[in-house]
Design a protein around this ligand. Sequence first.
Ligand code: NAD
Ligand code: MG
Length: 390
Amino acid sequence: MPRKVSIFGATGSIGQNTLDLIRRDINTYEIIALTGGANVEQLARDARELGAQVAVTAYDDRLGELRDALGGSGVEAAAGAHALQEAAERPADWVMSAIVGAAGLKPGLTALRHGGTLALANKESLVTAGPLLMAEARAHGAQVLPVDSEHSAVFQALVGEDVGAVERIVITASGGAFRDWPLEKLKTATPEQASQHPNWAMGQRITIDSASMFNKALELIETHEYFGISPDRIEAIMHPESLVHALVCFCDGAIMAHVGPHDMRHAIGYALHWPERRDLPVERLNLARIGALTFRAADEARWPALRLAREVMQTGGLAGAVFNAAKESALDGFLAREIGFTQMPEIVERVLTLMSVDYSLSSAQIVLDNVLEMDRVARQYAAEAIRAVT
Ligand code: NAD
Ligand code: MG
């Protein structure tokens, strides 16, 4: 029986890397749903080639174009948020959650109801609603597997281990585009400059989040939510080579480090074939040629996002939903050149401060309606905060 798979965010960087692996073994898969956004041409091409049941674009006004591109293929065309939910309701054994942003939360939650595997690249799901997502998985006997490289690394380092014996989890950060820039110069950074990652090829939003260290901030929270480790035992360190993805430090002084090429097909492939390991078309590292792996402490004064992540973890509750939504809005503001690069964390901090006074973030119940409402309200606060500085 072929394995039924769906890929949410199939046209993105993670989605395309996932399709690359699936294509190599296509006879063992049945493609249920592929979803995308504005890149309708790519979506239709992949859906047609892989014989998907349905292709969904997030944009209602692109339906005609998608339908035309799929003409005669037998692939259903659909559009909009409702269609995305409908696609997530179609049973699948393995679902890749690779939509960018909080928009990935609802389809991921829906897919968990089939009790299969949710390969989770969409870190925003864990940041905004970690306890809800994990509870939903438990309730339906579904498996959530991390696809972020750091979290896949921790997951792999923990195989056969007792989480109770973990003293610390350390995730690494390349430092992004501006790791060698003087602090003063960061104020002048443009979206184009922030979109260049020294090591990884990724979508634009996560690439800019890497430069601002918001990506690492989200990943600290993701570590806390996924592995249930207390915030004071999780840290980020700078590792410019991006070859060690995470280190798990145990109570006997041992450290298990995961070392691998910076190629997301490793983490995707691990989640695709888990619990087995299979051959993957990724580079084999030659450590003698690499020579040195370097590490240095992450400077929280230089990267306010890291400090904010710690505060969010301490607050708990809906603080993660607020943090993520404010971050997404600040990033939109930066991309639209309404605010500068270093104003992004200022906006996020302002929103967190104001909303901590106006709402009981830490004690609020983490249910979907509350999460979506806080997400909506935080975007309003962020828009107001951006207006105030422009
Ligand atoms: P991307 O921008 O390349 O692709 C995003 C995908 O989501 C596209 O298919 C796009 O059409 C779709 N999309 C965007 N907005 C949408 C919306 N509102 N509704 C429905 N679909 C929408 O992003 P990416 O780099 O592939 O990242 C995807 C997710 O994986 C993010 O959560 C990111 O943080 C995470 N992630 C990515 C990488 C990486 O190497 N790219 C690594 C770790 C984690
Ligand atoms: Mg990562």
